[in-house]
Design a binder for this molecule. Structure first.
Ligand code: F6P
Length: 552
């Protein structure tokens, strides 16, 4: 579907004019002038609650943003994705992570096959395997049950399972530990191997392509480590694979019977719902894994059927577009007030930035507007004591997504109210700020002299008017987490449609991979034509000298 330039659409132009007015608004005034802001600008969907009232928006803003969504064809694109059309045009692929969480019995024919039936066939195999490992029936080479699972994968074959295993920690089976090795830096694998016993360790080699250099190298090293004490015949008890590439799995030496497949219509960063989620299912059990899929499916149904005006992913996306394209905000901060969501921001970095970090349209034209902002963040309350200073008083306006669960999954008294108080206080402080009159009155009450007040005052003023969303769930259950991830997936999708981006390819990661292939032999001592620029030549020479003199 070819698009006209975004800036030429009537809604974009109307939003540009409207922004000139919105730029003068103060959020605190918007709250005073409309008492119903919270109820008006919040909604529930799929077990999540979104409060988007602390944004520089009013009814006109939202109506214009929805006009823009309609003009860009969000509904038609959404239906094309769910229907299995090949919307990943540069790879000629369907985009069907939503089929991975569809209930048994629904039907979707892709490439002549019923995708949902295939999905459930693999889920059934995963369920049986998970049961054997968790019950102790699956035995290692010396007859002992599995105590440690090591996932070897990178990008989408690492971030999803690792983030979700950590998020659902309180649902995990005691006695089974999970480790994630992604980096080709041998320190990563070394640190894990030094903690596990080869007799009771199960390696899951996870790679969509089964060609990724980092994963293949880590898998080979893990295999060599295993063979120091075990035999080739024992490998099948300790290595399983998750991939779309059966031939490569076989030639690596893993029996295809120990392989859990998925399909080219699952993007790496959208794959935690597939067999890539095997470590999650091993950790929390298959019923909980199914709940995780069901939570995402509930969000899919909401996204598919709710009118744009009350569609949570659409609202989140369009408010993001408002700040990115009309206020020039270059970054978005994610602040989960839940320790178990400690890797959620890192997960979203790949989801958002690998999907929408693009500068040309689906048809290859240079885009005239800014696209994906930088996504970053860390858990509250820790961030408050580190970088929140910049969010409150820095020169950039950075919208924040606060995420919290109303109830904890621990039993420690008192903590949760303090945590939630901090979460709500931060969004209130961002919105309200503290003006010069308030600061002056406060300093006067502390009996400071006029001179002292004049010196301190500018430092103690908070400009406020800083926007945020708050996403709440009852507790961080598998279903709530599933819905939360799907919410962001669909947000990314909608933004991709607005910007006319193919959100499902990632050509930008290729160049570095190719150049690394040239440099690696040069570092290892191959004859070198000094073919690079002086900086790269100099760096290679230093590494070459250091490695040739190091004992390792
Ligand atoms: O290099 C980027 C990337 O292709 C990601 O998109 C992907 O998630 C990651 O590498 C890992 O790929 P694979 O699962 O094929 O090893």
């Amino acid at each position: 579907m070819h698009q006209n330039a975004l800036t030429e659409t009537p809604a974009f132009q109307a939003l540009t004019r409207h922004q000139a007015e919105a730029d003068r608004w103060q959020l605190r005034d918007l709250f005073t002038s409309r008492q119903d802001r919270f109820s008006r600008y919040s909604l529930d969907a799929a077990g999540l609650f979104l409060d988007y009232s602390k944004n520089s928006i009013d009814d006109t803003t939202l109506s214009l943003l929805m006009d823009l969504a309609r003009e860009r064809g969000v509904e038609a694109h959404r239906d094309a994705m769910f229907g299995g059309e090949r919307i990943n045009n540069t790879e000629n692929r369907s985009v069907l992570h939503t089929a991975l969480r569809a209930p048994r019995g629904s039907r979707l024919v892709v490439n002549g096959q019923d995708a949902i039936a295939e999905v459930h066939a693999v889920l059934d195999r995963m369920a049986a395997f998970v049961e054997r490992v968790r019950s102790g029936q699956w035995r290692g080479r010396s007859g002992k049950a599995v105590t440690d699972v090591v996932n070897i994968g990178i990008g989408g074959s690492d971030l999803g399972p690792e983030m979700v295993c950590r998020a659902l920690r309180s649902y995990s089976q005691p006695g089974l530990s999970f480790h994630f090795v992604a980096n080709v830096d041998g320190h990563d694998l070394d640190a894990v191997l030094s903690r596990v016993n080869p007799e009771t360790t199960l390696f899951v080699v996870a790679s969509k392509t089964f060609t990724t250099r980092e994963t293949m190298m880590n898998a080979q090293s893990a295999r060599a480590w295993f063979l120091q004490t075990g035999s080739e015949a024992d490998l099948a008890k300790h290595f399983v694979a998750v991939s779309t590439n059966t031939d490569a799995v076989r030639s690596f030496g893993i029996d295809p019977d120990n392989m859990f497949p998925f399909w080219d219509w699952v993007g790496g960063r959208y794959s935690v719902w597939s067999a890539i989620g095997l470590p999650v299912a091993l950790a929390v059990g298959f019923d909980n894994f199914r709940q995780f899929l069901d939570g995402a499916h509930a969000m899919d149904q909401h996204f598919r059927t709710a009118p744009l005006e009350s569609n949570m992913p659409v609202l989140l996306a369009m408010i993001g577009v408002w700040y990115r394209n009309f206020f020039g905000s270059g970054s978005v901060s994610i602040a989960p007030y839940h320790q178990d969501l400690g890797q959620f921001a890192a997960y979203l970095q790949q989801l958002e930035m690998e999907s929408n970090g693009k500068r040309v349209s689906r048809s290859g034209q240079a885009l005239q507007v800014e696209t994906c902002p930088v996504v970053w963040g860390d858990v509250g309350t820790n961030g408050q004591h580190a970088y929140f200073q910049l969010l409150h008083q820095g020169t950039d306006i950075i919208p924040v997504d606060f995420i919290a669960a109303l109830k904890p999954t621990h039993a420690l008294p008192g903590h949760h109210a303090v945590l939630l108080a901090n979460c709500f206080a931060q969004s209130e402080a961002f919105m309200l700020g503290k003006d010069a009159d308030e600061v002056r009155a406060e300093l006067k009450a502390q009996k400071l002299t006029d001179e002292q007040i004049a010196t301190l005052l500018p430092h103690k003023v908070f400009p406020g008017n800083r926007p945020s969303n708050t996403i709440l769930m009852e507790t961080l259950t598998p279903a709530a987490l599933g819905a939360l991830i799907a919410l962001y997936e669909h947000k990314v999708f909608v933004q991709g449609v607005i910007w006319d981006i193919n959100s499902f390819d990632q050509w930008g990661v290729e160049l570095g991979k190719v150049l690394a292939k040239n440099i690696e032999p040069e570092i290892n001592g191959a004859p070198r034509p000094e073919a690079h620029d002086s900086s790269t030549n100099g760096l290679i020479a230093r590494a070459r000298a250091a490695l040739s003199s190091s004992p390792a």
